[in-house]
Design a binder for this molecule. Sequence first.
Ligand SMILES: NC(=O)c1ccc[n+]([C@@H]2O[C@H](COP(=O)([O-])OP(=O)(O)OC[C@H]3O[C@@H](n4cnc5c(N)ncnc54)[C@H](O)[C@@H]3O)[C@@H](O)[C@H]2O)c1
Length: 464
Amino acid sequence: MSNPIIIPASKPQNQVVASPTTSSNLHDRMTARRDSTVNTKVREAKVLHPVENEHLKLLLLENISQEAVKAFQAHGFHVDHHTKAMSEDELVSKIGQYHAVGIRSKTKITERVIKAAPKLLVIGCFCIGVNQVDLETAAKAGIPVFNSPFSNSRSVAELVISEVIALSRQYFQRAFEMRQGIWNKQSKGCWEVRGKTLGIVGYGHIGSQLSVLAEALGMRVLFHDVINIMPLGSARQVESLTALLNESDFVTLHVPEVPETTYMISKEQLSEMKKGAYLINNARGKVVDIPALVDALKSGHLAGAALDVYPSEPGANGSPFDDQLNSWASTLRSIPNVILTPHIGGSTEEAQRMIGEEVSSALTRYLNYGSTMGAVNFPEVDLRAITAEQQGIRVCHVHNNIPGVLRQVNEVLSPYNVEKQYSDSKGDVAYLMADITDVSTSDVNKLRELISKTSANILTRLLV
Ligand SMILES: NC(=O)c1ccc[n+]([C@@H]2O[C@H](COP(=O)([O-])OP(=O)(O)OC[C@H]3O[C@@H](n4cnc5c(N)ncnc54)[C@H](O)[C@@H]3O)[C@@H](O)[C@H]2O)c1
């Protein structure tokens, strides 16, 4: 991780100011500007280390990217990298020696595993979901959990663009026929996407990316969202889902799966769509009532659909996608101009690499600087950097969220100069960060011991 730099507000002493009379051409002015920045002094952030001298050990499972391994090693962490997941029993026998663990979706971090991990400081889920981790038990043990929810937004947006064109030209159908040895050249019911209207439901990370890509193709973009959002480009927010459904040639869904979005596209909403329109769902399987969609496709009201997500999805590659899993599966598979993909929206090499970078940098920021920004189960707390010339130490104190804690901790800190301090809570757990100066080396351990002994203490770490 590169260290943030703080640029002083005052003008640097040695700045060269280009005079309009002596530097009249662009080249001279650029040279003068470059020279003025070369010697600009910046205040570098201090690299912090835990006061415990023990070498930090990381366990990475499920073939987490080599970029992540290299990033951890560059910070001096010892990394044990395994290609496979570990069972609960295996984890219980091994996790005791590790300070951090990185997993994907197959490894389960249960209460039993957490109880067998006295040194564990942080958990990284190198994926989107976090339901493989007992988040509450982890938080109560003072362990923040990080994931990477948005690294694959671009990959999903690009898949949707490909589906818009594929549906409009019926080319999955044509390619399928060719594979069966059937030549079927036709233009009836095939359209360019230029000038057509794309209706985006949910204008978040994916929806807004998609908006930009669709406009580049000459599409008109409408969106509907529960919050008012500044449109990108020439996109327009419409007031209701009905207005969007009435006007759009393509409707694409990018909302989270919450009670309000469950079956938000059912019989009534499908009937509000334009005749000959297309529906695309890359969000979550339960957002669409699929039997109602099957009816709308069979009746010819909709001209096609693309689905990447389903109410029930097979657990492993090679497993059947059949009527036992979803009762309508074989009917859906038999309808022309329906594109079915196995939840691949975010599955690209780029997305995997970004997940590796994002989660490894979140773990490093926590281990080295105490920052919990982006943690899913923990109060999010961060402090601006201690600069290299400051002789400060950072106190990171996880505690039970009960009254009176700050009084106790501040009593311990009172002989020192508290440069900055911030605390926040989430449920039963609270987290305080404080930077203090004027602490002698001999005081550091005493300070840690005193704070660790306060009545609500879960975990106290000092970084110097
Ligand atoms: N197919 C895949 O592989 C894949 C990959 C990544 C994400 N996803 C799914 O895509 C969806 C969107 O992801 P994102 O990263 O853009 O999420 P996001 O949180 O950035 O955006 C979601 C947007 O939906 C809006 N919203 C919520 N409820 C709504 C409602 N009832 N009506 C209209 N808008 C509503 C929110 O205000 C927000 O702007 C999620 O369901 C996510 O799980 C699928």
